[in-house]
Ligand binder design. Structure first.
Ligand SMILES: [Zn+2]
Ligand SMILES: [Zn+2]
Length: 863
């Protein structure tokens, strides 16, 4: 054991954290495939490699590391892998920015290489933050989705689901971002409130209101309610579309609201989801007026080539000129926009690839998973219940997993690669054999790529060892930790894919964390200037303080507001704990203690029983992933119970040289050892530092605390003991006495005998007697307190006379004052609150002060 005088006076987090980071070995956190311990596999979220590990990631990873470390201490074979979800648009955009090019300026392959290079650089930067944060990552299970080892699995999963009928291609309306020039899934549509104009115009004699006149070219029908008598004459008729001149049928549909506008609406392909619905229902024609770049097509005639915004303006101007635009109104509207670039999405009919959604299968698996917090399951249920369209998985981009498919140019047959040849980029290689249908060797490659969620939704299959041959060896995983913002994407898609590929749920449990808000309570954003980066906190207060903030900020699943004060408080706790450490080590090194010697003193038994309670509460909180409860309980024990109460109480005993000192040392050692181990998941650097001084070993190799001690009498009497001591200390403080100043004789009248082994007397520096009989006190009035703010204004010049008169009253009158008093021969009213008698208590003829604590009475005869 290191001598306590060699311990630095102050805890230097920067020095300590760096030293342990260099000492710890990655191998100690590897998942052991040969282990016979129960497995605990974590389906860690693979972050997008932006180069910055943000505070939201930090919170999420804190939770993961808390339970990963806890489970290791509990004897589990833990896998805490680290993945990187590389593909996607943000990197493409960044590469275009950095290199001042557009993706079409270089070859696809070259563009991909640029994206890969940037991603590798970003991953390296983020790994550094992960290490600084002391996350116990299993680096032997790192995966990078853009690497062949991983995306060959994505392609394998695609082929398997294609074969089993889960994946199909078809021409179908999809959500499309014309700025990003790609289809997107419903989960990627964000909704924004905007103000728009509702335009009423004359549609060949019928008044129609529309917010999107540019879609007039795509109009395929006019719909009215079947019960709307105004339009009975139009039944089974066609009418001519203004400005464009094509004829469209009038259809009747119950879904039309006759009270809205004129009760007639136009159906376009496609203005919204309702249009898609009607289009299918009434088997209408398809008119594509908007192309993938958001420009008007041939169908738009003289408006061809205009953007949708330009076209809207031009059409409204033409309507005005032709006098068919009747009126315009402002209208508040919710618009579906691209999650990334906020461009309003278009619904375009495209040949795309889809994954079939089977809601019942997903609901069933979702219910087999335990959700923390429980109410998050409801979010999944809601999302599945409202699914209408299948999942569109094809994207018209470059940096993504290629769809491994060719088409025979002669007969159109779809050709897929052999599984053993994966991964393949069909745009770079040809199929290994001729077309099975017509024998042709001429093929065209699928140029669409896969949605990034197709990569990340098999993360759990990847970490559990899936290779397509039966169920993976470590499947299902034990837990999926993730944010509530990606329940409808990552959680949903993962469940879908696991069920499709294995027939099983992906994990036993899912732990959902909240979002981190700025100090102002708003979502962090550049424009608000409220972004906090983990690196800043690491430099100022260290990783352990940041990790404590993560634990204490809020209940698991709730959003958490960033607050510097919480980080400062965390750092203060470390200072306090460091002082406890130094004190404990100093005592322990002075003299041995015997682990087998009985603990008899009340304070010692009390501390052990409180420690036992703490261990039980903290363990229960850890099992339920309630990290705020766990850390709060640990802090209260360390700060209040151990430091402020126990140590103060037994300090005096520790300077003696007898069995009672050894008992206190044993208790101190037990408590300190347990505290280090309970803190290990939360503050790995700090706990390691303290424990290394105590035991010369790593706390992270120790089992979780199982300490248990049952002594209800000690809990009750000990609570009373510390309460009495605290009250008398407060009395000393109020009386202006130093805490170690001699106090005289203190008699404590308690309902039953308390054997405190002299601790109370030593800590108070008093002659303490515990008694169980009833106190006998005489009460005398020795003085009167006058309330000058009442007496002065009421009696003015007679104030002195009033006070003199009051002093002549009998003790009984002083306690129950009469209504009036004679002043200079005149009767005067005694105002309320004019004075209070001051009592003095006498015990056995000596003057004493009295403190009442519940049913305990303390008398103090000062020296
Ligand atoms: Zn977009
Ligand atoms: Zn063919």
């Amino acid at each position: 054991m290191v001598q306590s005088d060699q311990l630095p006076k102050n805890y230097d987090f920067a020095e300590v954290e760096e030293r342990w980071r260099k000492t710890w070995r990655d191998e100690d956190n590897y998942f052991d495939k040969k282990s016979r311990k129960p497995q605990f596999v974590i389906d860690t979220p693979p972050p997008y490699p932006t180069g910055n590990f943000h505070i939201g990631n930090a919170l999420n990873w804190c939770y993961i590391d808390f339970f990963a470390r806890y489970k290791r201490m509990k004897g589990f074979n833990v896998m805490f892998p680290q993945g990187w979800d590389c593909h996607g648009l943000p990197t493409e955009v960044k590469v275009e920015e950095i290199n001042k090019i557009t993706k079409n300026d270089v070859s696809r392959e070259e563009f991909r290489k640029m994206c890969r290079d940037l991603t590798i650089k970003n991953i390296e930067a983020m790994r550094i933050t992960l290490r600084k944060m002391a996350f116990s990552t299993d680096w032997s299970n790192e995966y990078i989705t853009m690497m062949p080892q991983y995306f060959s699995k994505t392609q394998l999963s695609f082929l398997r689901m294609l074969k089993s009928g889960y994946i199909y291609q078809s021409e179908h309306p999809v959500n499309y971002c014309t700025r990003c020039e790609t289809a997107i899934a419903f989960a990627e549509v964000a909704y924004e409130d905007r103000e728009t104009t509702l335009n009423y115009f004359d549609f060949n004699g019928v008044e129609i209101a529309t917010t999107r006149p540019e879609l007039l070219a795509a109009c395929v029908a006019v719909a009215v309610h079947p019960g709307d008598e105004r339009y009975h004459k139009l039944k089974s008729k066609t009418i001519k579309v203004p400005l464009f001149g094509h004829n469209v049928p009038v259809v009747q549909d119950e879904a039309v609201d006759p009270a809205f506008g004129s009760g007639a609406v136009m159906i376009c392909t496609f203005g919204d989801k309702q249009d898609v619905h009607w289009w299918k229902q009434h088997n209408l024609a398809l008119r594509k007026a908007i192309d993938r770049q958001g420009k008007m097509t041939d169908i738009a005639g003289r408006y061809k080539g205009l953007t949708t915004t330009e076209c809207r303006k031009a059409i409204l101007a033409d309507m005005k000129a032709k006098n068919i635009l009747k009126r315009q109104e402002k209208l508040a509207q919710r618009v579906g926009t691209c999650w990334r670039c906020k461009t309003p999405i278009e619904i375009l009919s495209e040949r795309q690839w889809f994954v079939k959604i089977k809601p019942d299968e997903i609901q069933k698996a979702a219910h087999q998973i335990t959700w923390f917090p429980e109410h998050m399951l409801r979010r999944m249920e809601n999302w599945v219940e409202q699914m209408e369209w299948d999942w569109c998985i094809s994207r018209q981009r470059i940096f993504a997993t290629p769809i491994p498919v060719w088409f025979c140019t002669k007969c159109g047959e779809m050709v897929t690669p052999d599984e053993k040849d994966l991964p393949v980029d069909p745009t770079l290689v040809k199929p290994g054999h001729p077309c099975p249908k017509c024998g042709s060797t001429s093929f065209s490659a699928e140029v669409d790529v896969l949605d990034t969620w197709m990569d990340s939704s098999i993360s759990v299959l990847n970490v559990t060892g899936w290779d397509g041959n039966g169920n993976p060896p470590y499947f299902p995983a034990q837990i999926r930790p993730q944010g509530h913002d990606i329940i409808r994407t990552w959680a949903f898609y993962t469940i879908l894919r696991s069920v499709a590929l294995t027939g099983q749920k992906p994990w036993d449990e899912i732990l959902v964390n909240g979002m981190v808000l700025g100090e102002d309570g708003f979502k962090m954003s550049k424009s608000r200037g409220n972004i906090i980066v983990p690196e800043e906190i690491l430099v100022k207060y260290g990783a352990d303080a940041l990790r404590q903030w993560g634990a204490m900020g809020a209940a698991t699943g709730s959003d958490i507001m960033f607050n510097w004060n919480d980080v400062v408080a965390a750092s203060r706790f470390q200072t306090k704990m460091w002082n406890i450490t130094k004190f404990a080590l100093m005592q322990l090194e002075k003299g041995g203690f015997d682990e087998h010697e009985p603990v008899t003193a009340l304070a010692d038994r009390w501390l052990l029983v409180r420690l036992s309670d703490t261990v039980e509460q903290v363990s229960a909180a850890m099992e339920a992933y309630q990290f705020d409860v766990a850390l709060k309980t640990i802090r209260e024990f360390a700060w209040d119970v151990l430091a402020d109460n126990y140590i103060e109480l037994v300090k005096g005993r520790l300077y003696r040289q007898d069995a009672s000192r050894r008992s206190a040392c044993l208790v101190l050692h037990t408590a300190f050892d347990a505290l280090c181990r309970m803190l290990a998941p939360f503050t790995p650097y700090f706990a390691e530092e303290c424990y290394s001084y105590l035991k010369g070993d790593s706390v992270h190799k120790q089992p979780w605390v199982t300490f248990s001690y049952d002594d209800d009498a000690a809990r009750q009497e000990g609570n009373l003991l510390v309460q009495v001591v605290a009250e008398i200390r407060k009395y000393k403080h109020d009386a202006g006495l130093a805490l170690n100043a001699p106090l005289g004789k203190v008699t404590i009248y308690a309902p039953h005998t308390v054997n405190d082994e002299g601790d109370t007397g030593r800590t108070l520096n008093a002659d303490v007697h515990w008694r169980t009989d009833v106190v006998k006190l005489d009460r005398v009035i020795t003085d009167i307190d006058f309330n000058r703010s009442v007496v002065g204004p009421t009696f003015r010049k007679q104030a002195q006379a009033f006070m003199t008169a009051v002093k002549t009253l009998s003790p009984a009158q002083l306690e129950n004052p009469p209504k009036t008093i004679i002043l200079d021969g005149v009767e005067a009213a005694i105002p309320e609150n004019a004075f209070t008698p001051k009592f003095t208590y006498m015990e056995e003829g000596a003057k004493v002060d009295v403190i009442t604590i519940g049913d305990v009475i303390v008398t103090i005869a000062k020296k």
